[in-house]
Design a protein around this ligand. Structure first.
Ligand SMILES: NC(=O)c1ccc[n+]([C@@H]2O[C@H](COP(=O)([O-])OP(=O)(O)OC[C@H]3O[C@@H](n4cnc5c(N)ncnc54)[C@H](O)[C@@H]3O)[C@@H](O)[C@H]2O)c1
Ligand SMILES: [Zn+2]
Length: 385
């Protein structure tokens, strides 16, 4: 037998730009981020737009067209932005992704063209899947428009839609060509949508950066009052921590079983489904990280005082730490949320691996959960309702 071990090294580099008024013809950010190859080619561009964003910014389609008119020497906007309804609904069937693929085809988008997606995390997840499938992957430019998408999902390397009742079952790993975070999109966001991003910031701070956690803790009263400069600072630091993790963890495509950025997410994903998406991803994450912090304290991994600070920080920001769905039981009287553990294990493959803060700013992994102890933590959270 002969075995030839072939190694393939693929490097990715993509700019993540923090700017304001991205589509102003005078703002060079988009042009600079997209005209990186020296081919001198005029790039064909298709813009996919979240209808929720269009509703909040009715002038946006016109501004986008004006931007591309002003830069017609380097970009060819192949049609007016294609608007589709965003939010979790876009991930619930394959229809919207197929619609996007049809638009990519009709626009003759090739692997040197640009697919520019403007929207919330759910919209970007669906657009990312369409772009990754089309021609085995065309260049995807993300313009995240929610807090959560700007600080987490939009800067990462994953996309997915839900399938057969399971969250994110169909998707790919595909680094974007560029990410452009426009602070102006946050101006119109209602507080709950801003807080969704804050939940992910508390998550990443708790397992990676104690100083950042203390900064959020101090800022919590201002966050609750919707102090936008404070919120933007927290979201930007959160985005950089996510990027740093993806770049340096040694496992950007999550081939191992540990997934630290999914701290609290076994419960969060199950809560989203049990609540039929009444709970947003960010609010479900807040509950999930509060629950797992209490569990870590019960195991003696996290000082109890730190678990309580985490719960209080979430609450002071205005995030929930409990949801009625936590108490739902199945026919045999078992808490339905606990099925989320097995679903999480199946999604990751291999053995169950949960990341817990221990102590704040660092993390440990555990591979088994004592269901009675977890049920006790769920009961304890009910006291903070
Ligand atoms: N790919 C990843 O790595 C990753 C990571 C975390 C979360 N996610 C996914 O992200 C999704 C959640 O994304 P989200 O929190 O951004 O919410 P969302 O995309 O569901 O958007 C919420 C609502 O806000 C609207 N909206 C978007 N931008 C707006 C703006 N600027 N002003 C007013 N309304 C606006 C949308 O149309 C939608 O109705 C979930 O499906 C989650 O699974 C993916
Ligand atoms: Zn998340």
């Amino acid at each position: 037998m002969t075995v030839h071990l072939q190694k393939i090294v693929v490097r990715h580099a993509f700019p993540v730009v923090f700017t304001r008024n991205l589509f102003s013809p005078r703002n060079p950010a988009l042009r600079d981020a997209l005209c990186r190859d020296d081919s001198g080619r005029r790039h064909r561009c298709l813009v996919l737009l979240d209808k929720g964003v269009r509703a909040a910014f009715p002038e946006l389609p016109r501004q986008i067209c004006a931007f591309f008119d002003a830069h017609a020497a380097v970009f060819h906007l192949v049609r007016a932005p294609l608007a589709l309804a965003g939010g979790e609904g876009i991930k619930q069937s394959t229809g919207p992704v197929r619609r996007m693929i049809a638009a990519l085809r009709a626009a003759n988008i090739c692997r040197h063209s640009l697919c520019i997606a403007v929207g919330g995390g759910a919209f970007l997840d669906a657009a990312g899947l369409a772009a990754a499938l089309f021609h085995r992957g065309v260049r995807l430019v993300r313009v995240p428009t929610t807090a959560l998408a700007q600080c987490d999902s939009g800067v990462g390397v994953k996309n997915a839609i839900n399938y057969a009742g399971a969250k994110n079952l169909l998707g790919t790993f595909a680094p974007p060509y560029a990410v452009l975070n426009d602070a102006a999109f946050l101006d119109s966001l209602p507080l709950p949508l801003l807080l969704d991003g804050i939940a992910e910031a508390v998550k990443v701070a708790a397992i990676k950066d104690a100083a950042f956690f203390r900064a959020i803790e101090r800022a919590a009263p201002k966050i609750r009052k919707r102090d936008l400069p404070t919120i933007r600072r927290v979201l930007n630091r959160c985005a950089l921590l996510h990027l740093d993790h993806i770049a340096t963890s040694g496992d950007p495509y999550e081939l191992g079983t540990a997934r630290p950025l999914d701290y609290g997410h076994w419960a969060a994903h199950k809560l989203e489904l049990l609540s039929k998406h009444r709970l947003s991803h960010g609010r479900a994450v807040a509950v999930g990280i509060a629950l797992d912090a209490l569990y870590a304290a019960c195991l003696g991994l996290l000082p109890e005082s730190q678990a309580l600070r985490l719960v209080e920080t979430l609450r002071t920001c205005g995030l929930p730490v409990h949801a009625p769905e936590l108490a739902k039981t199945d026919r045999r009287g078992r808490l339905e949320i606990l099925a989320g553990l097995e679903e999480f294990r199946a999604h990751l493959g291999g053995e169950l691996t949960l990341t817990l803060p221990a102590p704040l700013g660092s993390r440990v992994e555990i591979h088994a959960v004592d269901e009675a102890l977890m049920a006790g933590c769920i009961a304890a959270l009910a006291d903070w309702k």
